[in-house]
Design a protein around this ligand. Structure first.
Ligand SMILES: *Cc1c(COP(=O)(O)O)cnc(C)c1O
Length: 379
């Protein structure tokens, strides 16, 4: 895996020996005679830099074909475009807010319905499957309570019912979890997060291991046009090269922070798949190569959430996650604001919930920063 991040895909450039894939900043390609091309005709359809990234993510996710999009939401939109009016998809009850929003506000207009289910409970998933249901869309661990869904079991159930399993693998990356190997049909990523890794790019990826699906996705990518640009494709390839070292440090920092938060009087609950008392801990261990680095925690009522956020000096209050710098956010008003309040409350996205994405800074500095902000936020 570690070598593949650096040498996977199209490793460098054959023409010049350049160790990096060139940025083919072009929209079109000269035809030597009518209809005779050197593999590319127009950059919405295909571009060599984007192609190098698409081959790379395909190898990393152990699929057969990969597709790069202008954002995670563009990738998810392309995947949801596989379905038709009258179809229904099952989604996890704490799916990424944008995924819920695009289904609720866009796809529903075209007759694609959705059912919200606690996908960590296989019985609930099974009960929700009707003739209309064509796919199950899951995240594991799911944002922001790090709920674990058994990807193998859901995929097996879906296969048995003849429906697709789609996994948003943004939190884990292929370094820690490869859903296609667990039986899923499509993996999607917001590559904006760990894969890019430097908070300097918006990108999305989709990978499948099924020829019919990849033909459809390729058609949708070209027809709807939400492609990733050559420079951003290159930037993402660059980010992926260092994924393993970054991720190792993210996970190490997260482990320290989770233990620190767990024993702190300001904290009522810590959600982190690396803690042995996490529901689904064993399932997560069996389907992944590590706990990842996303942590959420609930502040005790004696502490003020707003003061906490404004007291942090190292971690930045910001949307997003997975960058080299620590980022902290307030799910109820930020990432999950588009989820209706009653669903938010039901699944535990309370106002005192804080999500922390540890960067790769020195863990001592992160703990000092966190400890100071917790002290200052005491009412
Ligand atoms: C950020 C995110 C998305 C959306 O990706 P964008 O690149 O912001 O469009 C989808 N899923 C998850 C889990 C995310 O964190």
């Amino acid at each position: 895996m570690r070598t593949l991040f650096i040498h996977g895909g199209i490793d460098g450039d054959e023409l010049t020996g350049s160790v990096n894939v060139p940025i083919y900043q072009t929209s079109t390609y000269r035809q030597t005679s009518l209809g005779v091309m050197k593999g590319y005709e127009y950059s919405r359809t295909g571009n060599p830099t984007r192609h190098a990234l698409e081959v790379l993510i395909t190898e990393l996710e152990k699929g057969t074909d990969g597709f790069a999009f202008a954002s995670g939401m563009a990738a998810i939109t392309a995947v949801l475009s596989l379905f038709q009016s009258g179809d229904r998809v099952i989604i996890s009850n704490n799916v990424y807010g944008g995924t819920f929003r695009v289904l609720d506000k866009i796809f529903q207009q075209f007759g694609l319905a959705y059912t919200i289910v606690d996908t960590s409970d296989l019985k609930e998933v099974e009960t929700a499957i009707s003739d209309q249901v064509k796919a199950i869309f899951i995240e594991s661990p799911a944002n922001p309570l790090m709920t674990i869904t058994d990807i193998r079991a859901v995929s097996a159930l879906a296969k048995q019912k003849g429906i697709l399993t789609i996994v948003d693998n943004t939190f884990m990356t292929p370094y820690l979890q490869r859903p296609l190997e667990l039986g899923a049909d499509i993996v999607v990523h917001s590559a904006t997060k760990y894969l890019g890794g430097h908070s300097d790019l918006i990108a999305g990826l989709a990978v499948t291991n099924d020829k019919t699906l990849s033909d459809r996705l390729s058609f949708i990518q070209n027809a709807t046009g939400g492609i990733l640009q050559p420079f951003d494709s290159w930037l993402l390839i660059r980010g992926i090269k260092t994924l393993s070292v970054r991720m190792d440090r993210h996970v190490e920092n997260a482990g320290y922070l989770a233990e620190f938060l767990k024993q702190h009087p300001a904290v009522d609950a810590v959600y982190y798949p690396g803690l042995a008392d996490t529901p689904g801990y064993e399932i997560h261990r069996q389907q992944s190569d590590g706990p990842g680095a996303m942590i959420s925690f609930v502040l005790n009522e004696a502490y003020d959430t707003e003061t906490f956020f404004s007291s942090l000096e190292v971690a930045a209050l910001a949307e997003s996650l997975g960058g080299v710098e620590s980022l902290v956010c307030h799910p109820a008003t930020m990432t999950h604001a588009s989820i209706p309040e009653e669903i938010r409350k039901k699944v535990g996205i309370v106002d005192a919930l804080i999500r922390y994405s540890p960067g790769i800074e020195a863990k001592e500095d992160l703990i000092r920063d966190l400890g100071r902000a917790l002290e200052r936020s005491k009412r």
